[in-house]
Design a protein around this ligand. Structure first.
Ligand SMILES: [Zn+2]
Length: 138
């Protein structure tokens, strides 16, 4: 296996074993005052992309993932767009950094219209179209 793929596989394995080792703790619902305090903590900005949160479709994201032992206290929450939070998922920091680097590299390939960029554009376009169609049906 090439070293890059091996590293990704290893990180996934580490993440999954950490998840299994965590005791299950009950989740609790944040009340409206707590949600307002979380949203105000970044001046209504998504802590992942930095974009303005201008509708009700935002999520209180655990800074340290719940699945990695993050606690349910206000200081462990930051506001995030639902789409940003769903893509961040519970990746380990190193995994998420690799994903960001891959995304930036892929974007450059598309913009430069390289062979890889053409393939990424075609395949990602089709993938995203299917994904959006599934979301509309749900
Ligand atoms: Zn965002």
């Amino acid at each position: 296996m090439d070293p890059f793929r091996a590293r990704l596989t290893s990180l996934r394995s580490v993440r999954r074993s950490g998840k299994l080792a965590q005791p299950r703790r009950p989740r609790f619902a944040l009340n409206s005052a707590q949600r307002a305090a979380i949203l105000a903590s970044t001046d209504r900005r998504c802590h992942i992309c930095g974009g303005l949160i201008d509708d009700a479709k935002w999520q209180a994201d655990h800074v340290l993932a719940h699945s990695a032992g993050g606690e349910h206290r206000l200081s462990n929450y930051l506001p995030a767009h639902a789409v940003c939070n769903n893509y961040r998922w519970d990746y380990l920091p190193e995994e998420f950094q690799i994903i960001l680097k891959l995304g930036v590299w892929a974007r450059t390939q598309v913009e430069l219209d390289t062979a890889a960029g053409k393939l990424i554009s075609e395949r990602f376009g089709a993938y995203d179209k299917r994904r959006m169609a599934r979301r509309k049906r749900a």
